[in-house]
Design a protein around this ligand. Structure first.
Ligand SMILES: O=C[C@H](O)[C@H](O)[C@H](O)COP(=O)(O)O
Length: 217
């Protein structure tokens, strides 16, 4: 069991962690969609969402979507990942929601990452690293990313929920994720990048053949 069945199993295990009456943080993507679908009946009071897509799905199921500015903090954030290593550091942003995801993750006491087994890697970087950039900085940042050894490719026809562009950086073997996350965020014009190393997950739920594996940090 990998793929969709693995994603669903991990998502359902995360839904069991939602406390009755709580407000939770909700990420974005196909794995999180399974999590959202498992929320009805769990008495979730509301959600702070990381994307317009997740907000729409939550509302369809009758779960109130709250403005991030209306809550002081969140006990739990549940989100997927494109890659995750043994330190529970991740590459995220395959769906382009990285900036809002990083904000909601930072607001949360506990980050639960849900993946199928194919997302686990030894070294991050085979998945192209998404970098959200302000449009006027696109070429400048592209040159800087090339100088750092990557091959940036503009995500054609895509605009983030924040009105910005995504450069997907190929060819990076990320030996020091924290250092690279900081270095990229220091470039003027970068909104954020898809490395979640400064704030890794606290609990990883991996859906696979044998059920759901729990990995605590
Ligand atoms: O921007 C998208 C998010 O970071 C997703 O969590 C990530 O791309 C994984 O998505 P999926 O669950 O669809 O593989």
């Amino acid at each position: 069991m990998g793929g969709e069945a693995g994603k669903r199993a991990a998502a359902e295990a995360a839904a069991a962690l939602v406390e009755a009456g709580s407000v939770i943080g909700v990420g974005t993507g196909s794995t999180v969609n399974h999590f959202i679908d498992a929320l009805p009946g769990r008495d979730c009071r509301g959600a702070v969402s990381s994307s317009e897509a997740s907000s729409a799905r939550l509302r369809e199921l009758g779960i109130p979507v709250l403005d991030a500015n209306e809550v002081d903090g969140l006990a739990l954030y549940v989100d997927g990942a494109d890659e995750v290593n043994r330190h529970l550091q991740m590459i995220k942003g395959g769906g382009g929601a990285l900036t809002r995801e990083k904000i909601v993750a930072a607001m949360s006491d506990r980050f639960v990452c849900i993946v199928d087994a194919a997302k686990r890697v030894g070294v991050l970087g085979a998945f192209p690293l998404p970098v959200e950039v302000i449009p006027m900085a696109r070429s400048f940042i592209g040159r800087e990313l090339a100088r750092l050894g990557g091959r940036p490719v503009l995500r054609e026809g895509f605009t983030t929920d924040n009105g910005n562009l995504i450069l997907d950086v190929h060819g990076l073997e990320i030996a020091e994720p924290i250092r690279l996350e900081r270095a990229l965020n220091d470039l003027p014009g970068v909104v954020t990048n898809g490395l979640f190393a400064l704030r890794p997950a606290d609990l990883l739920l991996v859906g696979s053949e044998g059920g759901v594996e729990r990995v605590e940090r």
